[in-house]
Design a protein around this ligand. Structure first.
Ligand code: CA
Length: 238
């Protein structure tokens, strides 16, 4: 069975080549990208399981590469850098890097970090239960990884509950979700009592999606049962 694929983005051959050989001995499949441009190209081609990313590249900043990769996936990223100030560390982690190693590093230390980050990332979907893939219904896109919603070209600003409600409805697009299930999943699993808060939030969500309860494009009320979100194929009314 092939080992995890590692993309090593590093322009200094004296570091990259011996380290790639060491990774191979440790059971990883390592490929080297010596520039920022090559990193993005290789990433799209190889879809590695983890990226080791040098901060200083001849054609750009590793942090820009990290941002670019984050628009494509949640791939674990470990930043490699000669700089070790607290500011760099914070910036690296803020843009979505998973860990940070300061050069000169010991190979054993980096291999241990790689294994730890891969382990965490394998556990992540079970921890937060959020699917990393965007949910797309017609011109509406929900990105659960970033908790962002776009309607056409416009970003939709939602409160936490509005977002949770939309995600629950859209994940079941085309199917009725009962009021009880929505209350239980979005509010509290031990909920019982009034569902007025649900109607209030559906109302707010409709307004933000420019929807009309009387002639719904997105959220249809199924009287006495619950709500149905528009079917993904957009064949007429929801
Ligand atoms: Ca470098």
């Amino acid at each position: 069975m092939p080992g995890p694929r590692i993309l090593l983005v590093e322009d200094e051959a004296s570091i990259a080549e011996p380290f790639a050989r060491l990774l191979a001995r440790e059971g990883f499949e390592a490929t080297i990208a010596p520039t920022a441009a090559a990193a993005v190209e290789r990433f799209d081609r190889d879809r590695p399981d983890l990226v080791l990313l040098d901060l200083n590249l001849p054609d750009g900043d590793g942090r820009d590469v990290a941002r670019e990769l984050r628009t494509r996936s949640r791939v674990p990223i470990i930043m490699l850098t000669a700089r070790g100030t607290e500011t760099d560390r914070v910036v690296g982690l803020e843009i979505g890097a998973d860990d940070y190693v300061v050069k000169p590093f010991s190979s054993a230390e980096v291999v241990a970090r790689i294994r730890a980050v891969l382990r965490r990332s394998a556990e992540r979907p079970a921890e937060d239960g959020a699917p990393p893939e965007p949910i797309i219904v017609r011109e509406l896109t929900i990105d659960p990884a970033a908790r962002r919603v776009r309607l056409g070209d416009a970003e939709v600003e939602l409160s936490r509950k509005e977002y949770d409600l939309l995600l629950e409805l859209a994940a079941n697009a085309g199917r009725v979700v009962t009021r009880e299930d929505l209350m239980a999943r979005v509010w509290d699993e031990n909920w019982f009592g009034s569902t007025k808060t649900l109607d209030v939030h559906v109302g707010w969500l409709r307004r933000k999606l420019h929807d009309d309860a009387a002639e719904p494009r997105w959220i249809e009320t199924v009287r006495g049962v619950g709500f149905r979100f528009a079917a993904p194929d957009g064949d007429g009314s929801p």
